[in-house]
Write a protein that binds this ligand. Structure first.
Ligand code: ADP
Ligand code: 5GP
Length: 208
């Protein structure tokens, strides 16, 4: 049964915060995002819509919602996306209604999106906290891309070349609040969780 629009659940708070996680393909965004979800009890992951085919490892509704081009365009026409972007020739979009609903309920909403998406989300949610994940060096990024076992070598090389341009763009676009080097996973995850906690507490104090 659908709840009335302004119904307040016992678990609702006023602490809603959007966290953007960006970074080149293979840098460890998904690993870090899932770690944040496990460590912060009210964190929820925004499942994007995409026209890219499922890799086979992806779970529908957990990693992505998969759509045809026509389905995606129909959703865009109806204004159902907070932002959309074209990445590697495929379309990706963040579900608008779901994100605002979760923020209203006080949740920590994680958006794993690219730089174009981050710029557009910041226009609509200026206090979104944006993290850009960096590899410790180029060689480890290439190793991790291969380690995901998702693409053929040609696609891996394409993503690797793109990664270098993305990192340069991220540093100059002025959107990111934190650049996080993912060398040792536990260390990077700990830093991300700490930075999010400090920022959330700062906002709580401000609104008191
Ligand atoms: P992305 O979501 O950015 O494409 P993933 O989270 O899928 O990246 O990680 C890519 C690969 O790198 C995975 O095999 C993951 O287990 C591995 N990985 C993630 N973080 C680290 C790390 N700090 N050290 C070594 N391997 C890592
Ligand atoms: P992948 O296909 O490897 O999962 O994702 C490719 C790129 O698309 C990544 O940089 C990822 O962050 C980005 N991405 C995934 N979902 C969205 C989205 O909804 N919006 C935007 N702008 N980028 C997205």
């Amino acid at each position: 049964m659908a709840l009335p629009p302004n119904h307040r659940l016992p678990t609702d708070t006023d602490d809603g915060m959007a966290v953007i996680i960006s970074g080149p393909s293979g840098v460890g965004k998904t690993t870090i995002t899932r770690g944040i979800e496990r460590s912060i009890s009210d964190a929820v992951f925004s499942v994007s819509w995409t026209t890219r085919p499922s890799s086979g490892i992806d779970v529908e509704g957990v990693d992505y919602h998969f759509a045809t081009d026509d389905e995606f365009e129909a959703m865009r026409d109806k204004g159902e996306f907070l932002e959309t972007a074209g990445v590697y020739g495929k379309k990706y979009g963040t579900p608008k209604g779901w994100v605002f609903e979760q923020l209203k309920r006080g949740r920590l909403v994680i958006l794993e999106i690219d730089i174009v998406g981050a710029v557009n989300v910041k226009k609509q949610i200026p206090d979104a906290f944006a993290i850009f994940v960096l590899p410790p060096n180029e060689e480890s990024l290439l190793e991790r891309l291969r380690g995901r076992r998702r693409e053929e070598e040609a696609a891996i090389q394409k993503r690797f070349a793109q990664a270098k341009a993305e990192i340069a763009h991220a540093r100059t676009c002025g959107v990111y609040d934190l650049f996080l080097v993912n060398e040792h996973l536990d260390d990077a995850l700990g830093k991300a969780i700490k930075a999010i906690g400090v920022e959330r507490e700062r906002r709580r104090m401000q609104t008191r």
